[in-house]
Design a protein around this ligand. Structure first.
Ligand code: SF4
Length: 507
């Protein structure tokens, strides 16, 4: 029997990436097969992002600019594919689905399923219902019924895993749509989180990223303000877990016990991504972000005092309504003082449904763009200086899956250093023994610091190059072998065993 294939297309943030892993896990449990395991199906993929699958799930994001226009543009392309592929189903989930609900099927009647951020678990049932009733199935919940992390998950890679510790947010930043779409913060019990971490480690992962809209307010739901620091320390007790990261903390709730826990727990990595958003206190007030630039800089100072090798990254919005040249100059000053390793910079654009979108003092687009370019130029200079300062130092790189084209040409492997910097590492010209696999760790010396990455080519001159073969590398190798077997089985269906069954799932 030909398997029914699916593909999940993710737009937006890490929260969405993790939700997509759950959607894939649910679909596999329901007997569907990832399209990349069925070469015949994958070969018919089009530019519409369908992947060639029978079921295409679009996991949307409403934070992106013109998100709705882009979604309907994409759905229009998928409609053309669907006309040529009888029986194909299109499902739309994520933040934009939560926001637009039935409007999606009104504007795109060829969509089969719309589901929200609070009810990912119903996806397989809705697909079934839409097929059976031959009409669109739309179901949106106002609040969370099943904590998403209890759902089956098809993790993107076996060596590193996202683990949700909370969903939703109790803050009310005036530019952000998250609170109205994801609801109030809900915290998972520490025991459940640690059990999930143990399970992913047992399944081969050596890196875990704790995920929440506001990770360091974790515990507010069950009355323990020290819960996040305790959780970090508890991660330090998990045998075989080599790297712990988290994203994103809020400066207002960033307490010294978290800094101490980071510094004193060896497997918590020396990296911190903490959104600044603006360096102007007036703008922060308008954004309804309750910290001020002095507090932000104070946190960085204490983090660096305890972890001198920490790399700190941030998010910054340029051109928030009412932002003056003086406000922007303060952002530049804070960026200069912060010495961020890198920054995600955004030009403000109004998100319908947020308080800031209704303001009449929007900054003209050309002014925003000009400020944005100045900010990028400043941050690029700082990133370059910071990365050049690392030349000659030793980096420990967790090798990532899927080397870029540049890597293939240059025979480099890529991955993340302990401080989360991207590093390209040259293999020795004549390598003895097997090459490092995704999930393995290599050590090399930095030979060049570029604005957005490091190059560690010490092996080319006969210098440092060490490979630590890890359990994660073994798991990656086993997963590759299983995927190969599944592909072969789908090419020769008569010999297929257990196609589409959960046994194919890699944890
Ligand atoms: S802290 Fe602010 S920006 Fe972050 S999710 Fe909550 S409301 Fe949005």
């Amino acid at each position: 029997m030909t398997p029914t294939t699916f593909s999940v297309r993710t737009l937006g943030c890490q929260m969405n990436v993790h939700d997509s892993e759950r959607m894939a896990g649910l679909l596999i449990d329901a007997g569907y097969t990832p399209v990349d395991l069925v070469p015949d199906a994958a070969a018919r993929a089009t530019d519409a992002g369908d992947g060639g699958a029978d079921i295409v799930v679009v996991n949307t994001c409403s934070v992106r600019e013109n998100a709705a226009t882009r979604l309907f543009g994409n759905l229009g392309q998928l409609a053309a594919v669907k006309r040529e592929r009888p029986g194909m189903q299109i499902a739309v989930g994520g933040c934009l689905a939560q926001q637009m609900r039935e409007e999606i099927v009104h504007r795109a009647p060829w969509v089969d399923v719309v589901f929200g951020t609070h009810n990912i678990d119903v996806l397989p049932v809705l697909l079934e219902r839409a097929r059976h009733n031959n009409e669109a199935a739309v179901e949106i919940e106002e609040s969370l019924k099943v904590f998403p992390s209890t759902l089956p998950t098809k993790r993107e890679n076996p060596y590193a895993a996202w683990v949700s510790i909370s969903v939703g947010c109790n803050n009310t930043c005036t530019f952000c749509i998250v609170p109205s779409l994801r609801g109030k913060e809900r915290d998972r019990r520490p025991g459940d989180i640690l059990a999930e971490i143990q399970a992913v480690v047992d399944a081969g992962a050596i890196e875990v990223t704790l995920l929440g809209q506001n990770v360091n307010s974790y515990g507010v739901g069950f009355g323990d303000r020290g819960a996040f620091a305790k959780l970090l320390r508890a991660c330090g007790q998990i045998e075989g877990l080599k790297r712990v990261r988290f994203t994103s903390p809020h400066p207002a709730a960033f307490s010294d016990d978290v800094i101490d826990a980071m510094a004193e727990t060896p497997n918590v990595m020396p990296s911190l991504h903490m959104p600044l958003q603006s360096g102007s206190d007036a703008v922060l007030r308008q954004m309804r972000r309750s910290y001020r630039s002095k507090k932000f800089l104070g946190i960085l100072e204490r983090v660096r005092d305890k972890m001198p090798d920490a790399a700190i990254t941030t998010d910054i919005i340029v051109g928030f309504p009412g932002e003056t040249e003086e406000d922007f100059a303060q952002t530049l000053a804070v960026v200069e003082a912060s010495r961020f390793a890198s920054a995600y910079t955004f030009q403000y654009s109004p998100r319908p449904g947020t308080p800031a979108a209704d303001r009449t003092d929007q900054v003209p687009a050309d002014v925003v763009t000009e400020r944005y370019q100045r900010l990028i130029a400043l941050q690029d200079r700082i990133s370059t200086e910071e990365n050049e300062a690392l030349q000659g130092s030793v980096v420990e790189v967790l090798v990532a899956d899927g080397s870029g084209r540049k890597d293939e040409a240059s025979e480099r492997i890529s991955g993340r250093a302990r401080d989360n910097r991207l590093v390209h590492v040259a293999l020795p010209p004549e390598q003895a023994g097997p090459a490092p696999r995704p999930g393995d760790i290599v050590r090399a010396r930095v030979t060049h610091g570029a604005p957005h990455y490091l190059v560690a080519d010490s092996a080319l001159a006969g210098g440092l190059f060490e490979i630590e073969r890890t359990r994660a590398g073994d798991t990656w190798q086993a997963a590759q072998a299983a995927a190969r077997e599944a592909r072969e089985a789908s090419e020769h269906p008569t010999t297929a065993v257990g196609l589409g069954m959960p046994s194919l799932r890699r944890p």
